[in-house]
Design a protein around this ligand. Structure first.
Ligand SMILES: [Zn+2]
Length: 492
């Protein structure tokens, strides 16, 4: 199991403002956390800051907690079902902080108290004052802590402190020279370590995934249970006629193209042939730091919209809608891109997710021509053009760069849309709904009301594909393809 910590930018600011003192002294603070449990990674989400009352902490040289402060905070945490976080600062510290003998003694002493009251492990965190870097460890027993691999602050800007001992800085390669000269080694070292998931391996997802690999990211996941079909070939750049004839899975095609585009030393594709609307798919998504939503269906987008807030994982979403005149000529095209993070409106508040469509999608009614006619709805538009789908992937990737590399120091923009007929780029002025249920669930982790459901339909698609018998000419073509790829890799 891997461990990490995440918090909203708002919580981070509150904790930092308390811990970084104008007199340069150390200080201490207590907060609470809840868990967000993925398949391979467990993340503690910082929930609430409990500031010390008068006399509840000592600030002379080495700052310290009083037993009374720890007891009061632990009882408040228990009342909410949260765990306890003990925080302190190292005013001159830079980068991921280790524990001094005093720190170790303090945290291991309070480990039993916190566990006895909350029944959750104590979390220890340190703020390095010189570059506001965070570090964290879980105390599963009093003898030795289990270190987290990263601490993420999530807002319009994603800021990550990495534990270099668990996730070392990836070696840069010669093919990355131009990339690194654009944003520097520090940004590259952080960005390359992000685990990014692309949900949907269609025209946009396939393009995004390849460009992430080429940017030097070390671990990129792709999630899709569908296969390439001939009708996809006008937009899925890099997919071949053989892929369509074989009905090869989109995940396998993405993996092949990403591996040849990758510039990282040890590139890893993580394949997920599942639906994100299934608990298995949703839990796998919780292992990631950033998610691209490259699906157009309401149900999977609703799942991603929810975990962006409940589990503090930024979701970069967008899409394209083309519009034609009755005689078939093009009237207009609009593409959008927005990053769903705490502090920014969710897909529903943006009008990009119609909550009433989610149950229709679950029942499969959005594809049912009889239902669509009876309900006087328009059938979902399936139109897309390769020349324009690159604009969507470009817009999503620009959101990713703003989120992670912070050009201009500003993080992700307000939701953007480009209108093809008038050549205008608009900033949406949409705001969060006052009682938005998605945003109201910020940082609730495993207490989320899950929108994912166990279904057999996508499992059947994956199973049938595995058992399809191929005609002889296709089997020969696959062998020839293998030999050709082997020869190419030997030659270069
Ligand atoms: Zn909302």
């Amino acid at each position: 199991m891997r461990y990490s910590v995440a918090m909203t930018g708002e919580v981070e600011t509150a904790m930092r403002d308390h811990l970084v003192r104008s007199d340069g002294q150390e200080d201490v603070l207590i907060a609470t956390y809840v868990l967000s449990t993925g398949i391979e990674r467990t993340t503690a989400l910082i929930k609430r800051v409990i500031f010390p009352g008068d006399g509840e902490r000592l600030v002379h040289g080495n700052a310290s907690f009083t037993g009374q402060y720890v007891l009061r905070a632990s009882n408040e945490a228990r009342a909410q079902g949260h765990g306890v976080v003990l925080l302190h600062s190292h005013p001159s510290g830079k980068g991921w902080q280790r524990l001094s003998a005093t720190d170790w003694a303090t945290e291991s002493e309070y480990e039993r108290v916190a566990y006895a009251i909350t029944k959750m492990p104590l979390l220890g965190m340190t703020l390095g004052g010189r570059d506001t870097s965070w570090s964290a460890r879980f105390w599963f027993d009093k003898s030795t802590p289990t270190w987290a691999e990263s601490v993420r602050s999530v807002s319009a800007k994603l800021a990550v402190t990495w534990n270099d001992e668990i996730i070392p800085v990836p070696r840069t390669t010669r093919s990355q020279q131009r990339t690194i000269s654009s944003w520097g080694e520090r940004t590259q070292a952080s960005l390359a370590r992000l685990r990014v998931l692309v949900v949907g391996g269609g025209s946009v997802g396939l393009d995004v995934a390849q460009r992430l690999a080429a940017t030097g990211l070390v671990s990129v996941g792709v999630m899709d249970y569908d296969a390439v079909e001939t009708v996809n070939l006008d937009r899925m750049i890099g997919a071949t006629r053989l892929d369509a004839a074989l009905g090869r899975s989109k995940v396998d095609v993405a993996a092949r193209l990403m591996s040849s585009a990758a510039t990282a030393d040890r590139f890893q594709v993580l394949r997920h042939e599942v639906s994100v609307t299934d608990p298995v798919g949703m839990n796998a998504a919780l292992d990631y730091d950033v998610i691209f939503s490259c699906v157009d269906r309401p149900w999977p987008r609703a799942v991603l919209n929810a975990i962006a807030y409940s589990d503090l994982i930024p979701v970069i979403d967008g899409g394209i809608a083309l519009d034609t005149f009755p005689d078939g000529r093009m009237r207009n095209g609009i593409w959008r891109a927005h990053t769903i993070v705490p502090g920014r409106p969710c897909m529903a508040c943006l009008g990009q997710l119609v909550v009433g469509d989610i149950p229709l999608d679950k029942e499969g009614l959005l594809d049912d021509p009889e239902y669509i006619t009876g309900a006087h709805r328009d059938a979902p538009s399936r139109q897309n053009v390769a020349a324009l789908s690159a604009s969507v992937s470009g817009a999503l990737l620009a959101q990713f760069v703003s989120l992670t590399a912070h050009p201009g120091g500003r993080g992700t923009p307000a939701p953007l849309r480009y209108i093809l007929s008038t050549h205008t780029l608009e900033h949406s002025s949409a705001d969060s709904g006052l009682y938005c249920p998605y945003e109201g669930d910020t940082a609730i982790g495993d207490a989320r009301t899950s929108l994912a459901e166990h279904r057999e339909d996508w499992r059947t698609v994956v199973r049938d594909r595995a058992h399809t018998k191929r005609p002889l000419r296709l089997r020969i073509a696959v062998v020839a393809e293998c030999i050709l790829q082997r020869l190419l890799s030997l030659a270069t």
